[in-house]
Design a protein around this ligand. Structure first.
Ligand code: NAP
Length: 409
C-alpha cells in the first residue's frame, strides 16, 4: 500500500519515521510544485496522503467528499483514495491538537486563551478550543486584537502559539512577552523544531506548563494511519512514538568548568550511544582558522565569545548529537537558550583541585576558585541536571547513561 506526504519543501520531515512506526505501508515524500498538484492527485497511485504547507486548502477541490472536521476547519491534511477511485479529505490536525491539549493537563473550559496567528493551524486550534468551551481570542499582526492591544488580555490563562515565530532556523525569538500575563497557567507551542522555542523556555522559567507540537504531530499521524489502513490504532502508540522521537531528536550538551572532562566524556558518550560527537572548541578553531590562545591574543575574550556564539548557533540546531561546550559559554546570556533549545544539558562537576590550567587562558588569568564562584549559578541555570566526575571517565559516562535511561526507559 502506497502512502506519503504531499508538500512543497519536505527535507526535514519526521513523518516517514512516524508512519514507519504506525503501520505496515510504504510512506514517501512527494515534493510537488503548485502547478502540478492536479496532475499529481489524478495520476499518482496512492492509497493515502498527508498534506502539509502550503497545500492544505489547495487540495480541497480535488476531494469528492470532506469529513465534517475538514469542512468545519476549511483545510485537509489527510486524503484517502476509496475503492471507487474517489478522494475523501480529512483533517487529523483537529485530533492532533485535541490530544495535545488533553496531554498538557491544562483545563480549558471557561478559560481565556490567546491564539497567536490567524493561519491554517490557528483555525484548527480555535475549532478545538470551541469544542473545549474555552473563551479564545485570536491575536494577529493586524486588526483590533493585535500585538499592540495585549493589555486588553492580561487575564488570559493559556497561550497557544500558531505562528512560525521561533521555528528553526530562525530560533531565539518569541512572538510575545509573557510578563504581561500575571494569570498565565501554561503555553502550548505548535512548533516542534526546536523542541524548546524561546517562548517555551520563557514559560518554563516562570514554572508554567510548557509543551511543544511534537505530540500533536504524532497524534495527527496516528489518526491519519487509521484512515489509511482502516484499522484502529490504540492511543498508547502516540506516547510510545513521541518518547522515542524525543529521545532520538534531542542533543546531549555537556557544560562545566574548563578541564572538568566534557570533551573526553562527550567522546565516550557519543560512542556508547552511537551518536556523532561535536566539540565546540574544535569548531571554534575551525571557524577562526587559528588556535584558541591565538584568538585571545588577537581578539580578546569578546572576540572569542562572538565566534563561540556563532558556532553554538550552528551546532545546537542539530539533533541527535553529543556536544561538549567551552567552560565559559554560559557567561553569555544569549547562549543559554541556544544550549537548551534542542538538548538535555548536563553539568559535569569535578573538584577544583583536579582541574588542569595548561593552555586555558581564562583559568590561568583568574583564580580558579573565583572563576567557579562566578560561573556556578550560570551552570545551574543552564543545566537540567548534574553528575560528578571524580572517579574514572567510564564511571561518569555510566552515571549519565543510567540517568538518561531512567528518564526514558
Ligand atoms: P501559516 O499559515 O504560514 O502562518 C500562521 C500565522 O502566523 C499567519 O497567518 C500569521 O498570522 C502568523 N505569522 C506569520 N509570520 C509571522 C511573523 N513573522 N510574526 C508574527 N506572526 C506571524 O502557518 P500554519 O500552517 O498556520 O502553521 C503555523 C505553525 O504551526 C507553524 O510553525 C507550523 O509548523 C506549526 N504546525 C504544527 C503542527 C503540528 O503538528 N505540531 C501542525 C500544523 C502547524 P497573522 O497574519 O494573523 O499575524
Amino acid at each position: 500500500m502506497q502512502c506519503g506526504l504531499l508538500g512543497a519543501k519536505l527535507a526535514h520531515s519526521y513523518s516517514p519515521q512516524i508512519h514507519q512506526s504506525l503501520g505496515n505501508y510504504s510512506y514517501r515524500l512527494f515534493e510537488v510544485e503548485e502547478a502540478h498538484i492536479a496532475q499529481f492527485l489524478n495520476n499518482t497511485d496512492f492509497r493515502g496522503l498527508n498534506v502539509t504547507i502550503p497545500y492544505k486548502k489547495t487540495v480541497i477541490p480535488f476531494c469528492q467528499q470532506l469529513s465534517p472536521q475538514a469542512q468545519k476547519i476549511g483545510a485537509v491534511n489527510t486524503i484517502v483514495r476509496r475503492d471507487d477511485g474517489t478522494l475523501i479529505g480529512h483533517n487529523t490536525d483537529y485530533f492532533g491538537f485535541m490530544s495535545m491539549a488533553q496531554k498538557s493537563g491544562l483545563s480549558f473550559t471557561g478559560k481565556k486563551v490567546l491564539v497567536l496567528g490567524s493561519g491554517g493551524a490557528s483555525n484548527t486550534v480555535c475549532t478545538v478550543l470551541k469544542e473545549l468551551q474555552a473563551n479564545y481570542v485570536v491575536i494577529s499582526r493586524n486588526g483590533e486584537n493585535s500585538y499592540n492591544h495585549l493589555h486588553l488580555h492580561q487575564d488570559c490563562a493559556i497561550i497557544v502559539n500558531a505562528t512560525p515565530v521561533g521555528m528553526y532556523p530562525n530560533t531565539g525569538i518569541s512572538p510575545i512577552d509573557l510578563s504581561l500575563f500575571p494569570k498565565l497557567e501554561g503555553v502550548l507551542d505548535l512548533i516542534y523544531n526546536p523542541a524548546k522555542t524561546k517562548l517555551l523556555q520563557d514559560a518554563e522559567s516562570r514554572h508554567l506548563t510548557a509543551m511543544n507540537g511534537l505530540w500533536m504531530l504524532v497524534a495527527q499521524a496516528k489518526e491519519s494511519a487509521q484512515w489509511f489502513t482502516g484499522c484502529k490504532i490504540d492511543n498508547s502508540h502516540i506516547e510510545r512514538i513521541y518518547c522515542a522521537l524525543q529521545t532520538q531528536m534531542r542533543n546531549i550538551v555537556l557544560v562545566g568548568m574548563p578541564g572538568c572532562g566534557k570533551s573526553t566524556i562527550g567522546h565516550a558518550l557519543g560512542k556508547a550511544l552511537n551518536r556523532p560527537f561535536v566539540d565546540a572548541d574544535d569548531e571554534i578553531v575551525k571557524t577562526a582558522g587559528i588556535s584558541i590562545p591565538e584568538i585571545f591574543v588577537q581578539s580578546g575574550e569578546a572576540g572569542f565569545r562572538a565566534i563561540e556564539t556563532q558556532v553554538l548557533q550552528q551546532i545546537t540546531a542539530k539533533s541527535g548529537t553529543v556536544i561538549a561546550t567551552g567552560g565559559g559559554c554560559v557567561t553569555r546570556s544569549e547562549n543559554i537558550p541556544l544550549l537548551r533549545q534542542n538538548s538535555i544539558v548536563i553539568w559535569i562537576q569535578r573538584p577544583l583541585e583536579a582541574l588542569p590550567v595548561d593552555g586555558r587562558p581564562l583559568s590561568q588569568a583568574n583564580m580558579l576558585g573565583l572563576l567557579y564562584e562566578k560561573r556556578r549559578p550560570l551552570y545551574e541555570t543552564a543545566s537540567d541536571w548534574a553528575i560528578e566526575n571524580k572517579d574514572s571517565i567510564e564511571d561518569a559516562v555510566d552515571k549519565i547513561l543510567v540517568k538518561l535511561t531512567g528518564e526514558h526507559p
